[in-house]
Design a protein around this ligand. Sequence first.
Ligand SMILES: [Zn+2]
Ligand SMILES: [Zn+2]
Length: 179
Amino acid sequence: MTEGIYHWGVDNYGDGNTPVFGRQIAAFQGHHQRPWTIVQREFCNNLQQVFKPASVPAAFFLAISPFMSPAFNAFTSTFLFLVCMSQQFHAWSHTKRSELPGIVLALQEAGILVSRKMHGAHHKAPFEGNYCIVSGMWNPVLDETRFFRKLEDFFYATTKVEPRCWYPPDAEWAEEGSA
Ligand SMILES: [Zn+2]
Ligand SMILES: [Zn+2]
């Protein structure tokens, strides 16, 4: 769910020049234009991009782990691992059924991992829902309760910044070669 909120943020606000998040924002927009490149990268090649920066907090959590409870340590390590794996879960949701291992397909069908169909909806206009790319469980909840619309309203009320999804999708959203 956290990654869904993060994804909503980088899809809707800022651009490649935004401080700190600029690279991520550009990466997500690039993904909308060329979604197929995510499955062309090798498993490790794909994962090292996220595991490398994650080694910083990982080292931190490891350093403090002797002073923390086992529950805290279990939570932080699992959480960090899932954040890193989200890149792979996302890639699987772009992979052809016939190329997926049976276990992955079963998890997708059970809604534990985001399914190809659900994530496919995120790549279609109006580009305003199905932001979660790890688990399929939160998308219906967040979309039906209009969670992101409320967050956008709140953001607009406080900052006067409008999210990108309030406008008809421009060329930046379209898949290359499709529009
Ligand atoms: Zn997106
Ligand atoms: Zn995608």
